[in-house]
Design a protein around this ligand. Structure first.
Ligand SMILES: [Zn+2]
Length: 76
């Protein structure tokens, strides 16, 4: 798994929606990549600050904005 894949799968991971094989690869990348570890932590913090809403209750537009914002942050 690379960082782009990781970012794409973050919301599914937080939803518990990954299949076991994909989740293994996700966690494996998490253990190896400090940037993605920080990204996941930041993502969780932001979700909590939004009022502990699970990601699936965000509107698609908000989800896209969040993902775009974090993607930019991750690459900077
Ligand atoms: Zn990474």
């Amino acid at each position: 798994m690379n960082c782009d894949e990781f970012v794409e799968l973050v919301t599914a991971f937080l939803d518990g929606a990954l299949d076991p094989a994909t989740e293994d690869r996700f966690v494996e990348h998490l253990a190896l990549c400090e940037g993605c570890e920080r990204y996941l932590e930041q993502f969780r913090t932001t979700i909590a600050e939004l009022g502990e809403l699970p990601p699936e209750s965000l509107s698609p537009a908000v989800r896209t904005d969040l993902l775009d914002a974090f993607r930019d942050w991750h690459r900077s």
